[in-house]
Write a protein that binds this ligand. Structure first.
Ligand SMILES: *[C@@H]1O[C@H](CO)[C@@H](O)[C@H](O)[C@H]1NC(C)=O
Length: 124
């Protein structure tokens, strides 16, 4: 009895440790249909992700500023447009940074007012 209780405790401790590892540094993976990896150092991806942050800030009346992009993937949407899925870091007015997953639709090279922000979610 005592031994099985100890075994359960060990298993629970291992599960907790595994969960902690999974939480820290967890970098989301793109949905499987997003197969084209975009260059996160490109001006294009920076502009696209800045657009997402700006639109989210306007829509929610919060001050939020683009910091960086860690992943960006696309999939064709037809008529020269793509869907974009990105993981980005943004900072609020008190300086706290957060990681967000965003999805957008747009035609590369077109004006930003033709772009659409679909989702913008905190990863925490
Ligand atoms: C900034 O983000 C932090 C962490 O999420 C939060 O606690 C704080 O209230 C935010 N500050 C503003 C001004 O939104």
């Amino acid at each position: 009895m005592r031994q099985s209780a100890a075994a359960v405790a060990v298993v629970l401790a291992l599960l907790a440790a595994a969960a902690a590892v999974a939480m820290v540094g967890a970098e989301p993976s793109p949905p499987p249909e997003y197969t084209t990896q975009e260059d996160v150092t490109s001006d294009f991806v920076k502009q696209v992700c800045k657009f997402a942050v700006t639109m989210f800030g306007l829509g929610h009346r919060v001050s939020i500023y683009y910091v960086s992009t860690s992943q960006c993937w696309s999939k064709p949407a037809g008529d020269g447009a793509n869907y974009y899925w990105a993981v980005l870091t943004a900072r609020n007015s008190s300086g706290a940074t957060g990681k967000y997953v965003t999805t957008m639709w747009g035609i590369p090279g077109s004006e930003s007012r033709t772009w659409k922000l679909y989702t913008f979610d905190s990863t925490y």
